[in-house]
Design a protein around this ligand. Sequence first.
Ligand code: LIP
Length: 268
Amino acid sequence: MLSPSHDKRVVREALRDDRMVMTKTSSVDLVTQTDQKVEKLIIQSVKEKFPTHRFIGEESVAAGEACDLTDSPTWIIDPIDGTTNFVHGFPFVAVSIGFSVNKQMEFGVVYSCLEDKMFTARRGKGAFCNGNLLQVSEQEDIRQSIIATEFGSSRDPEAVNNIFSSLRSILCIPVHGVRSAGSAAINMCLVASGCVEAYYEIGIHVWDVAASSLIVSEAGGVLMDVEGGAVDLMSRRIVAANRRTIAERIIKEISSFSPPRDDTPPQQ
Ligand code: LIP
């Protein structure tokens, strides 16, 4: 199996050397050779031990593989979450690996490569960072909270308007601050760590949040859809918060929209 130090070396060395930037769905949806290399390394090493398991990997889906979450044991992989950060040397880049059985997350690992922080969670067994137990913030007042969100990789004017409308409403609650780490997985781990009270985004993918969704819930947090109700990891929408009342307050301010689901094949 790959070791975290091996992953760290691959990503850190590439941070200096990999300047081969390609684009996927738009000119701001970036991918590098390192994304592809790390995903191949992870899938190969898991397959050696578990040949019957299934995979949903960001770069495999980009290359045309199906994005179906079934009841079978499935590894959900984002080889580099924060690819734009990686390309620019902005220091928040993570490898995210979640494992699901019967469509339920069983464990999740997010390795924040430059911070050297290993976030882990197993269902029912708590969430940890470098072995230390994680607990979400106890803050009850949204006006004394920091909220994380992202601007995503769509520049569709309607989506951008919705993003800014939500941001404006949330800032004006008012909250103490709004932050963007540039990696959904790291934003979620910040919620689990108690540094920020909530994170929301429309436009993420299942591989961005599969592992960290378990890390948040095992740290005592809640996950919801941006219109309320249960989160659906294929819907590309998520609110993660330290408590339900904070999540519900944010939901009131979000101008929601529905990007194409991850499990809908792209139109030809
Ligand atoms: C990215 C996220 C980022 C989000 C983008 C994208 P990538 O993942 O982590 O926070 O705003 O929509 O999904 O492409 O770096 O793996």
